[in-house]
Design a protein around this ligand. Structure first.
Ligand code: NAD
Length: 521
């Protein structure tokens, strides 16, 4: 499909955010290249689908073996390209993908089988129905830089096992990781046309939205998600939108301060706060507020900021200067409006130009940008509340709804509160780790997007549902095929009474009247 977007070949680069070293430069895929890649994928998809699920699962198993073998190499590449500590790359990227593959290897065959649909309506009893799950064709995936391996890989594995071809447009900051994913998939047996990577920036992404893909799975920010949704609406392209978050953490009056503060510090600073599921707003019961803040500061003091390749590093850099400036502006704005900076609140030029100190803020208010806009940096803003109802109201007072957490010694109380929070996921006594549960659906409500990735619901996004109906009595005319008139109306009233009238007598009388229709045919 043609687009009026004309793109000049633009250059993008993978840069190590810890050192500034340029790892590799790329030319963004041109408009013609995007369309050509999608056409190749379309042509190759049919034979990929006709391989059958079992053979595709065998290829996935080989991919899993290769990835396990190359686990350190892949994690190091992610650390060099995205900055996170090596051990985080190992756990949140490599392990997440190994386990996503495990889930599909164990479950995809059964989940993709035809599903019988028993009919309750008596008039339809002569029919045999099944739900079929068919691949869309070509799935376009547009992914962000913050989990450059686990996000595109989990989505791609689900798309591929369901029989789709995939064209992936990774973030312009993390092309190398996507290329490594492609290399492993190809080595495992996925044909090159069935999984293609198109390095490029937002313009390349916009072209892909207009190309002849059959569904788009987008993960990224809310503003880009909005643009994509508008674009997709014009051509009724189905889209999954995995967007940003402003996740609240509620620390109830019976919470274990030591545990909750450790959870808050990890949840706010993992991946230097650049996780869609980061703790971005922390609400603590007034009775625990000061001791909780003290504990957070104590744990933050222990953190070591540096190059993610150093095994002692807890926090790496932000991805680039733009991200750092955004975080700095939000912290400065909060400070100017009366927030207390208990620790951090500054750049760390002695470590490198993209490093920002892990920051704990007290006395923030709901009106501050730091409590409303996604920060996506190592900042933990903490606010006090008075009672459970206020905590729920504050948690829900956001345009976002990705995830949330509730911290309490009383699990039942935590779960009851969790039900009142508007979010795609609520964790009781943990944060962020839901992303590593392959069975758990991942996705948001409100501006955090729609659709799901991961597990059964993520696999369902990759298939079209077709209902197949076969009549068991093909030689018989259906009673509703005309012959309308007074008598027929009475007979059909009888049919309704037979099925829905209260009382056995009324139902039997209905059956007798309805039987007339059968005699008439
Ligand atoms: P982004 O929106 O800037 O970019 C995401 C991707 O979209 C990139 O590949 C980019 O090149 C592409 N893009 C940019 N403009 C485009 C356009 N007009 N049309 C098509 N594609 C376009 O986001 P980012 O900075 O890469 O990632 C950070 C954001 O992603 C944060 O908001 C974070 O919360 C969100 N995120 C969400 C999830 C989730 O699962 N919900 C997971 C990770 C990240």
């Amino acid at each position: 499909m043609a687009t009026d977007l004309k793109i000049a070949a633009s250059k993008i680069a993978s840069v190590n955010p810890a050192t500034g070293e340029v790892l590799r430069e790329f030319e963004s895929a041109s408009e013609a290249e995007v369309h050509a890649a999608v056409s190749r994928a379309k042509a190759a998809q049919e034979s990929w689908a006709s391989l059958g699920v079992r053979k595709r699962i065998a290829i996935l198993r080989e991919f899993q073996r290769l990835l396990h073998h190359k686990k350190s190499e892949v994690a190091q590449l992610v650390t060099r390209e995205a900055g996170k500590p090596y051990v985080e790359a190992l756990l949140t990227e490599v392990l997440v993908v190994l386990d996503a593959a495990r889930f599909l290897i164990e479950n995809a065959y059964q989940l993709l089988q035809d599903e019988p649909v028993p009919h309750g309506n008596l008039a339809m009893k002569t029919k045999s129905g099944r739900v079929l799950r068919e691949p869309y064709g070509v799935i376009g995936i547009i992914s962000p830089w913050n989990y450059p391996f686990s996000i595109p890989a989990t989505e791609s594995l689900a798309a591929l096992v369901a029989g789709n071809a995939v064209v992936l447009k990774p973030s312009e900051f993390t092309s190398l990781t996507a290329i490594e994913l492609a290399a492993m998939l190809h080595q495992a047996g996925v044909p090159e046309e069935v999984f293609q990577v198109l390095p490029g920036d937002g313009v390349t992404g916009a072209v892909m939205t207009n190309a002849a893909i059959d569904k788009l799975v987008f993960t990224g920010s809310v503003p880009t998600g909005r643009r994509i949704a508008q674009n997709a609406a014009a051509r009724l392209l189905p889209v999954v939108l995995e967007l940003g978050g402003k996740d609240p953490m509620l620390v109830l009056d019976d919470a274990d301060i030591e545990i909750a503060s450790r959870g808050a510090v990890w949840g706010a600073f993992v991946n230097a706060g650049q996780a869609c599921l980061s703790v971005e707003r922390c609400y603590v019961h007034r009775s625990l507020y000061e001791p909780f803040l003290k504990a957070c500061v104590r744990h933050t003091q222990e953190l070591r900021v540096g190059n993610g390749m150093d095994p002692d590093t807890d926090l790496g850099p932000l991805i680039h200067q733009r991200q750092l400036l955004n975080v700095e502006a939000q912290v400065n704005d909060a400070r100017a409006q009366g927030a207390r900076v208990l620790i951090g609140g500054k750049r760390l030029p002695e470590v490198g130009e993209n490093f920002y100190a892990p920051t704990v803020l007290a006395d923030v208010t709901s009106e501050m940008r730091i409590m409303r806009q996604e920060t996506f940096g190592p900042v933990l803003p903490v606010m006090a509340y008075e009672n459970d109802d206020e905590a729920v109201r504050l948690a829900n007072d956001s345009e976002y709804g990705l995830a949330a957490s509730v911290w309490t010694r009383d699990r039942a109380r935590g779960e009851a509160l969790a039900r009142r929070i508007q979010a795609g996921t609520v964790m009781v006594n943990d944060v962020v780790s839901c992303f590593g549960i392959s069975e758990a659906p991942h996705g948001g409500v409100k501006a955090s997007g729609n659709g799901r990735s991961h597990g059964r619901y993520g696999l369902e996004e990759m298939v079209r549902i077709k209902y197949l109906d076969s009549d068991r009595l093909p030689g018989m005319e259906k009673i509703w095929w005309y012959g309308y008139g007074e008598a027929f109306s009475r007979q059909m009233e009888g049919l309704l009474d037979f099925q829905f009238a209260r009382g056995i007598r009324k139902r039997l009388r209905g059956a007798v009247r309805a039987a007339g229709a059968l005699r008439g045919k």
